[in-house]
Design a protein. Structure first.
Ligand code: SF4
Ligand code: SF4
Length: 368
């Protein structure tokens, strides 16, 4: 039932740093943020890139935190290009000075993904926790297009911005983006702490789905729109990361190799480090990757389900967060005994009048 030798991963998510000028309350970084002094150095990252290319990785996503805070970003982009890796910069964009995107394009960068917090500047700046951030992002988006780079806009959506989804789509068109990701917030880490302030209502979700469906028709050939419904209102789970240890690996700022950026939320998993062992060996048999790879770990109802090699049992981190057992069926699945409780929790939180955020910060969770 499980594959004895994993196929090579398609993509590496290189989390260069957890430092970021923004403080988004749904940030996918762990609550316990890594400090700059603990980050992998330039030579270490270059070795990771070379090992990834040898392993068969085709794409590298330079991520964070904010990768633009790293002084060696251009050097790492050039190294990825030299190794034949397709490179994508995932950025909040606010730190890019004029000419920065052209310099990265010259270094060999292929694609830029800019996150936007809202279409309304005041709301966007409030959500991201940084004044003037939205205006600066728009300037950088123009830089990306002028540099001839492909641009994706990533819009994490939730109760406090979903009513402006049409304006977010219009913004993506105005900025000349090729693709828009309408990404419902995933509730781990910081987002889990802010769930009651972020959870959309069912009617908001239904309206958003109508808007995306109509925009996809209207903007065919102009803007591609990726859209995934939030897990809390789904009937079947997503194949999280394309299945645990099947397509992606994450190297975090400390050099730990993770099957998923949220995997440290699962107690008991030990993550091997690129400082201690080659990436290929970690991918092949690291206990953290083996823990939920394939189907052998599954219990019922997944074990005998005909979708077990389609969604791979959903998300282990969500099962941990909501059921307290990372080996349980993702409660996003209607076949899970915990599904009804998840749906009623979502409905209850969506109607709470709790709009204040706990902002992301070094030092972990503290009230805003
Ligand atoms: S989600 Fe926000 S705070 Fe987190 S890395 Fe991205 S821009 Fe920075
Ligand atoms: S029971 Fe498991 S494998 Fe089947 S649909 Fe649900 S999560 Fe997927």
């Amino acid at each position: 039932m499980s594959s004895p030798r994993p196929e090579p991963p398609l993509a590496l998510l290189a989390e260069l740093t957890h430092r970021c000028p923004l403080r988004c309350p749904y940030c996918s970084n762990p609550v316990d943020l890594a400090r700059a002094s603990a980050e992998l150095g330039t030579a270490e990252w270059k070795r990771v890139l070379a090992e990834a290319a040898t392993l068969g990785v085709l794409q590298v996503h330079f991520s964070g935190g904010e990768p633009l805070v790293r002084a060696d970003l251009d050097e790492l982009v050039a190294e990825a290009a030299r190794l034949g890796l397709y490179s994508n910069l995932i950025t909040s964009a606010v730190l890019a000075e004029p000419g920065r995107m052209q310099a990265l394009a010259s270094a060999g960068l292929d694609h830029v993904q800019i996150s936007v917090q809202d279409a309304d500047p005041a709301s966007a700046d409030r959500i991201g926790g940084l004044k003037d951030a939205h205006r600066r992002k728009l300037l950088v988006a123009a830089q990306v297009r002028e540099a001839g780079l492909a641009l994706t806009l990533n819009a994490p959506v939730h109760r406090q911005n979903l009513d402006r989804l049409e304006a977010i789509i219009d913004l993506a068109v105005e900025l000349g983006a090729h693709r828009l990701e309408v990404a419902h917030v995933q509730y781990y880490g910081w987002a889990l702490a802010n769930r009651a302030a972020l959870m959309p209502s069912r009617s908001q979700l239904d309206r958003a789905t109508e808007i995306v469906t109509a925009a996809r028709v209207r903007l065919k050939g102009v803007l591609a729109i990726d859209y995934v419904v939030p897990d809390y209102y789904a009937a079947r789970p997503k194949a999280c990361m394309g299945g645990w240890g099947r397509q992606f690996l994450v190297v975090n700022p400390l050099g730990e190799v993770l099957p998923c950026h949220a995997a440290p939320s699962i107690p008991g998993l030990v993550f091997e480090n690129v400082r201690d062992r080659p990436l290929a060996a970690i991918w092949a048999d690291s206990p953290a990757f083996e823990a939920y790879r394939g189907t052998a770990w599954m219990a019922e109802p997944c074990r005998t389900c005909d979708r077990r090699e389609i969604d791979w049992g959903g998300c282990r981190c969500q099962a941990m967060a909501l059921v307290g057992n990372a080996g349980a069926t993702d409660p996003a699945c209607a076949r899970s005994p915990d599904h009804a409780a998840m749906v009623s929790l979502a409905s209850e939180e969506a109607t709470r009048e709790a709009d204040d955020f706990v902002y992301r910060q070094i030092g972990g969770l503290k009230p805003a």
